[in-house]
Write a protein that binds this ligand. Sequence first.
Ligand SMILES: Nc1ncnc2c1ncn2[C@@H]1O[C@H](COP(=O)(O)OP(=O)(O)OP(=O)(O)O)[C@@H](O)[C@H]1O
Length: 563
Amino acid sequence: MLRDTEGVLVVDEHGDIKFAAGLGTDLVVAQALAGVWRNRASAPIKRLFALPDEAYGYSAAALVTEQGGCFLIFSGDADELTEFIAAVDCAADIFRHFITNPYEAMNIVDSRGHVLYMSPIHERSIGLKRGGGIGLPVRGVIENTRLQEVVISGKPEIGEIHEANGVTRIVSRVPIFDRQKNLVAAIGQVMFKGPQAIPQAIQDISNELARVRQERDFYKRELSGIRNRSHGLDQIVGSSKAIKILKQDILRVAPLDVPVLLVGESGTGKELVAHALHLLGPRGDKPLTLINAAAMPATLVEAELFGYEGGAFTGADKRGRKGKFELSDSSSLFLDEIGDMPMEMQVKLLRVLQDGSFQRVGGDRLMRSDFRLISASNRDFRKMIDENTFRLDLFYRISAVTLHLPPLRDRLEDIPELAEAFLKAFAERHRVAKKSVDDAVIRYLQSCRWPGNVRQLQHALERAAIFSDDSKLSIESFGGLETMSGSDPAVGYPPLQAASNAALSDVREAKQRVELQLIADAMERTGGNKKRVAEELGISRSYLYKQLRLLEGGREQTGLRSR
Ligand SMILES: Nc1ncnc2c1ncn2[C@@H]1O[C@H](COP(=O)(O)OP(=O)(O)OP(=O)(O)O)[C@@H](O)[C@H]1O
């Protein structure tokens, strides 16, 4: 049955109408076609053509014989197709090119996924005779095709790799919609350009990919090397026996993936060691999560660790937030100052460590996280356990391995190396010339108490580097540090208001004793070379003479050693 947009007109050799149906019975259309037929000697009739202006919007396919012509007429409502046919004389040749293109096959399926058309090149390539697949479900004709999916989903698949019969080709599968937006067909376009050329192109891409992957792995290794350098063992400065043992322990423990407790005074490098343990461990490629239990109010520790659901408490983020346990899943969690954790939190932490599950604050979902716990504290666990401020069972859980970090006073021999490293890092960070310290300053630093350990040493050196105008730091540039033998009045620090005169004079006396001792040592070492002594100690020569006079006159009263 013809639709009202289609028609047939058959004429004899004189142009008389022999049969008309549908649009063929339209007077305007029929007259226009009769004119085309009459002029055929001067304007040969094309297979596909647009009707002349008086029948604008109609096209026809013609079958011409000596006895007459048959026209299949269709209305294009002047859409792109009609315009194309009207504008392009060789429209039919172009269509033919597309459906027989030897470089790019075209397969068409109907809305049921049955083959409507297959390019000859494709038929040949799979050993079908001409038209052999027509009417069959495409799945049974073309191996690994997805045209039957595309004709259902309506989603194009462009530039996909298609493997069939041992050959790899690039395909695009495009759904076709009619003008009412109904999904009516799907077209598969298969790149056939020289059966060898495409696999070669794919081979080239795959070689390129392999090369890029290799490069990526190389840079990954480099990056992890840099990371190790910035947070790994190289970052832990020192060659003392204590540090060597610590580094060996880190190397031994890191790969074991067990909980580690780091015990040591403040500033001994516990965080530094935690980074090294994580980076050298099996989870080192993931970011380390850090939390300081002492740095936040007890009320917040829970939300920080467990996270919370939206609206769990006043001021909470509406969307809720992940806690540190969730964030450290498959990585490591550094829980600093664990000794300061409130008792009720210790119970909750223990539960997480026992079975790895927890709930967000305000939530009822049971969540799981698999993390490696590295904890640290400068507290005395034995005392806390005795006083019932730290749970024994939690202590056992967190301390599968305990590493003790030595205080700086027990490894004074590391001070030259540490000083060098900190001054170098300071200079690099601030892009200034590196300042140096000589032996006398080192000896002075080794005589200091360092209750704040390496952190305090680092700060003292940096402060001295900032305030000293000379490239060589002098003892004075350290502004007075507590020494083993007593306190040193802080040069550049305001005097303590509360200190009594007696205490102040004690401090002054102690300072003088240390200073004179250093001068005496330097005099002995340099064979009395006052210029060198002044240089080494970073003091003026006139000041040195003044001190030497004191030294000569006061050996007995001050009880200085004479070597
Ligand atoms: N052996 C070391 N080599 C180089 N730098 C160190 C060393 N030990 C500590 N530091 C530096 O000292 C500072 C303090 O170290 P860190 O924060 O690791 O100490 P901590 O023991 O965790 O201190 P706290 O207990 O106060 O948190 C950091 O700047 C760190 O880089």
